[in-house]
Design a protein around this ligand. Sequence first.
Ligand SMILES: *Cc1c(COP(=O)(O)O)cnc(C)c1O
Length: 354
Amino acid sequence: MIDELEIQITKVERSKLNEIDFNHLPFGKYFTDHMLEADYEDGEWKSVEIKPYQPLLLEPSLAALHYGQAIFEGIKAYKNNAGEAYIFRPQDNFKRFNISADRMEMPPVPEEIFIEGMRKLIELDKNWIPHKYDYSLYIRPIMFATDTTIGVKPSDTYKFLILLSPTGPYYANPMKIYVEEIYTRAAPGGVGFAKNAGNYGGSLKAAAVAKSRGYDQVLWTDAFEHKWLQEVGTMNVFFVFGNKAITPSLEEGTILAGVTRDSVMTILEEMGVKVEERRISIEELIEAYKSGKLTELFGTGTAATISPIKELCYKDFTMKFETENWKIAPTVKKRLTDIRDGVAEDKFGWMIKV
Ligand SMILES: *Cc1c(COP(=O)(O)O)cnc(C)c1O
């Protein structure tokens, strides 16, 4: 079926490109001229279309709105000095998207639509990719249930969209973080490893409480003992102990397998820093802080790349760090940004030409 599937393209009559101030690009605010839209019906993907970015007409009974069958991805595209467009590791996001789909009892999206559709869309809106250090085109694939009946069941129909949003550098000010002991992001057997919309909705309360106490975000802990460290807000987390870096392991299914996490592990190894994926408790972290072993800690994700943590509070104990003197986090950030901007050689084959 999919081989015969043509992507129908309808172009805008007039581009909005000149209306955007490319020196001021808040994250996720502006969208390009076009979007991709595909619909799933009768057990197959039909009508894949690239068309002008526009509102959707949806019924109030839309299943996704009531029961949360909705997943998404976050990817970035860059332009190198020769003006060629590249996408950073889209295959990894494609695989993860379908892992999320499976967990949420949704159909997989074929590569022809996810990857090839994305390429065609970016090709069309190529002029929207900023060409400036650390600027990029943020890519947002999303799929949600579109049945229009309010019975609880997996939807029979779905919509898949890809949106593009030009974005500036995310000035990751060092963060003040609070170790969460009341709210839980994910438990074994749950949906923590899936990039589903509800995980974000469910995390906002904890983040709001942390903000009201003067913190930027929370460091999530496990659901049972509130002592095993998971993620920082919506980012994976790394703890540097001198020439070793520890990041929580993925085994329990409570952590999102970040593409940035994986890239950072590769770059750390390349730098000669040993990486350990394992369980790590707040007690171990405090011990390491007290003995001076804990030298750096940071969050990783596509939007901000690397966000240093300058303050970490557990109960009434606060750990403080002089992020200006750090060596590892800034080196990893620069290395990754250089590869993505096409300034450094892409020796891991991460950059996929549009
Ligand atoms: C998306 C996400 C991340 C980061 O994943 P990347 O692929 O690096 O962008 C980390 N944690 C959560 C909960 C996420 O949703």
